[in-house]
Design a protein around this ligand. Structure first.
Ligand SMILES: Nc1ncnc2c1ncn2[C@@H]1O[C@H](COP(=O)(O)OP(=O)(O)O)[C@@H](O)[C@H]1O
Ligand SMILES: [Mg+2]
Length: 216
């Protein structure tokens, strides 16, 4: 039986006003889901809640069968380090270091080794000796994705990972992400405004009028 990696029950959250309420979601191994919606609808907030960075006003988040609000700081830190793959738009690469060093840091921290095939698939293998500052925005984006996947996370949270990429490169990145979750029994939760990228996932949801509705 396939394991549920993310279980979300009855989430509500407000900043200045209520963004959403009664959000429920389950994502299993090998599953990819996309969340689309207008700018300001709360997609990034939802992703930050799912990935432990914001505690919602109401509701529970369970990651790998652990209620994250019952975990000690240490356990939460380990969960983030070993099991979660966070791809947000601003990538935190070390600009003065080479591509190789940037990827190595991630693998060292998570006791993994560099996956050469992944670097080939992302078409960044030739860039290993170059400094990050010399790469284009799209190349940097792919290096940051390589860095996240090199940790071998069980759940990938990606906020507009293809937002700065041309269509061909965006499709390449989606292919790599989807192949990764299939191979590693992982899950992908993707936030995007691009319906074409969303359609590549198993299920798509629209965040609108405080609700998360499945698109069919
Ligand atoms: N940390 C915060 N403090 C106050 N308001 C916030 C915070 N984060 C987001 N918001 C507000 O919540 C709304 C939804 O933001 P966001 O989740 O980023 O939407 P989306 O990703 O769909 O564009 C926006 O109006 C934004 O200004
Ligand atoms: Mg956003």
């Amino acid at each position: 039986m396939s394991q549920t990696l993310l279980h979300v029950s009855n989430i509500a959250h407000s900043f200045d006003y209520e963004l959403f309420a009664n959000i429920n979601l389950d994502v299993n191994e090998k599953e990819s889901i996309a969340i689309v919606g207008r700018s300001g609808s709360g997609k990034s907030t939802l992703l930050h809640i799912f990935s432990t960075f914001i505690k919602p006003n109401v509701g529970e988040v369970t990651l790998l069968n652990q209620n994250i609000y019952n975990l000690s700081e240490d356990k939460l830190e380990n969960l983030r380090r070993y099991d979660l793959g966070i791809i947000f738009q601003s990538h935190y690469l070390f600009k003065g270091m080479t591509t190789l060093m940037n990827v190595e840091i991630a693998t060292l921290l998570s006791n993994e080794s560099i996956d050469e095939t992944l670097l080939e698939h992302l078409e960044i293998k030739e860039l290993m000796q170059q400094k990050i500052g010399e790469l284009s925005g799209g190349q940097q984006q792919r290096v940051s994705i390589a860095r996240v996947l090199s940790k071998k996370p069980k759940i990938i949270f990606a906020d507009e990972p293809t937002g700065n990429l041309d269509k061909e490169t965006a499709k390449l990145v989606m292919k790599v992400l989807l192949e990764y979750i299939e191979k590693e029994n992982a899950a992908l939760i993707l936030v995007t405004h691009d319906r074409e990228m969303a359609a590549l996932c198993d299920q798509s949801f629209l965040l609108e009028q405080k609700e998360l509705k499945e698109l069919v």
